[in-house]
Design a binder for this molecule. Structure first.
Ligand SMILES: [Zn+2]
Length: 324
């Protein structure tokens, strides 16, 4: 029963250090079970988030994972008895009774920003470019004057003198509101290759949030183009995304196949150390990214599923994969 849970989260929050509400259904604080980091008093790796109509507690430090009721019982048994009583009185103690939560419509009407551009399929150059890469040109837009287009949404470029065309990759939030976009240059001399413009600063720099199912494993790939070739995936559009704050319970990192790239190896190593799952490409794969593997005739889904590792096994695989 969500409103009872929310009420008791509020009541127990006084006992939770550095407690904060990150989103409507996501709370973050120092884990009271393990005490969180001893060295860094600012680390907050305990989370309460909503899943299938109930709140779940998870700690990314000690790995604890339990329902809110069990969590509350450990933190404050007295409060827990009250909580149980209140739920009992609401007649909602039986299993499977929590699904008929009435939907309250508190949401402010949001003006959804749209990309006011032609589709990439309508421009011959971008259409050919995307088709050659095996990508769907209807998923992207085309701006013949990229700087001008950006400035219409957000003051970005002071100087629009050397304006140029780019493929525009829209980034939407879960509710399909536009949170930003990336511009991919068509002319190789036009640097940088990708430009990311965020319209909503508090949103994570991720492509594909609008299409994922959080109940299924989520693949996190390196680029939006790759992401359109992987079922249930998002793409990183910036290095500063805190995936843990999103409350996902099952996600898998997919980095490019660059076993000679020190930075790439370090990234893989870091997520393994965090206890996350990661795809480590088998040695017979020569292509450097998902897009090239797709063009090389590989079955991407099978490749990903059969090469996902974590923990010690991932560490060993990394040793045999890296070429430095
Ligand atoms: Zn913990």
């Amino acid at each position: 029963m969500l409103h009872i849970d929310s009420k008791y989260i509020g009541l127990v929050s006084a006992r939770l250090e550095k407690f904060k509400r990150t989103k409507d259904t996501l709370y973050n604080f120092r884990c009271p079970l393990c005490g969180d980091s001893k060295k860094n008093k600012n680390k907050t790796r305990g989370y309460l988030f909503q899943k299938k109509g109930d709140f779940i507690f998870k700690c990314h430090n000690c790995g604890a994972s339990k329902g809110f009721s069990t969590f509350l019982k450990e933190i404050d048994p007295t409060l827990h008895s009250q909580y149980t009583m209140e739920r009992y009185k609401s007649g909602l103690t039986g299993k499977g009774r929590f699904t008929e939560e009435p939907t309250f419509t508190f949401k402010k009407p949001v003006f959804k920003k749209k990309v006011d551009l032609p589709l990439a399929s309508e421009d011959p150059q971008s259409k050919i470019y995307l088709r050659k890469r095996g990508l769907d040109p209807d998923k992207f837009y085309f701006a013949d004057r990229f700087k001008h287009f950006c400035n219409k949404h957000k003051p970005t470029f002071e100087d629009t003198k050397f304006d140029h065309p780019r493929i525009v990759i829209p980034m939407y939030d879960k509710d399909r509101s536009l949170i930003g976009f990336q511009g991919r240059s068509l002319d190789p001399s036009q640097k940088p290759k990708y430009l990311t413009i965020m319209l909503s600063e508090e949103s994570p720099k991720l492509y594909g949030l609008d299409t994922i199912n959080e109940e299924e494993p989520i693949y996190i790939v390196e680029g939006p183009f790759d992401s359109t070739l992987v079922e249930n995936s998002v793409a990183m559009c910036g290095s500063d995304v805190d995936i843990r704050s999103l409350g996902w319970s099952n996600y898998i990192w997919v980095f490019d196949n660059e076993p000679r790239n020190r930075e790439n190896i370090n990234r893989v190593s870091r997520v393994i150390d965090n206890g996350d799952k990661v795809v480590l490409w088998p040695q017979n794969i020569v292509e450097k990214d998902i897009n090239d593997m797709f063009l090389g005739g590989q079955n991407i889904k099978t490749l990903l599923e059969s090469n996902t590792y974590s923990g010690l096994e991932a560490k060993l695989k990394l040793q045999s994969w890296k070429r430095i």
